[in-house]
Design a protein around this ligand. Structure first.
Ligand SMILES: [Zn+2]
Length: 337
């Protein structure tokens, strides 16, 4: 479920040993293709030992090259800069990335994305938190307080901070959210995007995709009137109430109930009539024998027409003669109709 989909980012084991100068440009192209780092938006920071590699400001993420990265220590000491002729400057996201490394001891990477799902979810959740539970992709998110991934049935809580006119102005709000929610690996920026911090580069990438997926699912659930924070049983009960509250569904149920009542009455009548039995006629006898029989005709058939003598009993059912058997004088034929 959580396997690394693109091995070219480095080893599938979370060692964070891949060279950040190769990882970050390739990640930039990947996130740009997803629409998460378009228009030079977003930023990436990867830590290897004491070195923190950070994307420059205002570059097209799909065109970054290994030499374009700034490298510094956690306390701000510069280790390497891009070639001077490129005239690149440090990203305004740098303070937020450094803050994230400071608030999450042992973090291997921080990614800031302008993914549309994060922006939309921040509008659908006007409060200070996004919550969701009982989703498979929750298992791909890391709980910094517990030091392990969350579980399927956990309630995932992601803090939401208000967007600011300038990126750098977000720094204290993101830092406080990481303090107030010591288990979270994601902070949503309203009308802006999200920051994700993970123990390794590989896990951070997986979490980025998982959070985006969960935001998308939560929006779809809301469209269908489902509450992402409710466990499965409660969700089914909510669906049931929703159907019964639907006036169209209630009308159809009432019509079906009337139809069922009519059909039940007809069935009951048929069952009562079934006890009356068949009606049959015996020719050539003046008395009816057996139970529940009555004489319906007594007389002769016209001998000028058929020249026959009736010798047999004929059975009549529902007004139709099924079988007539005659013995014709002078001939030995048996006529049956
Ligand atoms: Zn941004």
């Amino acid at each position: 479920m959580c396997a690394l989909p693109n091995a070219s980012y480095g080893s599938s084991t979370p060692t964070n040993e891949a060279n950040p100068r190769n990882v970050i440009p390739e990640a930039g192209r990947h996130f740009h293709s997803l629409g998460w780092m378009t228009g030079s938006g977003g930023a990436i920071g990867v830590r290897r030992g004491e070195e923190i590699y950070i994307t420059p400001s205002g570059v097209q993420k799909e065109l970054m090259e290994p030499e374009d990265l700034f490298v510094q220590t956690i306390d701000g000491k510069s280790i390497a800069t891009p070639p001077a002729f490129k005239k690149l400057t440090q990203s305004s996201c740098t303070p937020l990335i450094i803050n994230s490394f400071l608030k999450r001891k042992g973090a291997g990477a921080v990614v800031h994305a302008h993914n549309p799902n994060a922006v939309l979810i921040s509008l659908l959740y006007p409060g200070k938190e996004f919550r969701i539970t009982h989703q498979q992709m929750i298992k791909c998110t890391y709980n910094w307080k517990l030091g392990k991934n969350n579980k399927y049935f956990d309630e995932l809580v992601v803090p939401i901070v208000e967007g600011q006119p300038e990126e750098i102005d977000l720094a204290p709000y993101v830092a406080k959210a990481l303090e107030d929610y010591p288990d979270t690996s994601c902070v949503i920026i309203r009308r802006h995007g999200m920051y994700v911090v993970g123990p390794t580069w590989e896990k951070t990438k997986l979490m980025l995709e998982s959070f985006d997926y969960l935001f998308h699912i939560a929006m779809q659930m809301k469209l269908y009137g489902l509450d992402p924070t409710q466990p499965p049983t409660e969700s089914r009960e909510n669906s049931k109430r929703l159907l019964l509250d639907d006036p169209d569904v209630a009308t159809r149920f009432a019509q079906m109930e009337i139809t069922i009542q009519k059909l039940t009455q007809q069935l009951s009548q048929l069952e009562n009539n079934a006890g009356a039995g068949s009606t049959y006629v015996r020719w050539g006898r003046s008395l009816c024998s057996g139970d529940n029989t009555e004489l319906v005709y007594s007389g002769w058939e016209d001998p000028s027409v058929l020249e026959i003598t009736q010798n047999w009993c004929n059975q009549v059912y529902a007004g139709s003669i099924y079988i007539q058997e005659y013995e014709k004088w002078g001939y030995n034929n048996i006529i049956a109709t």
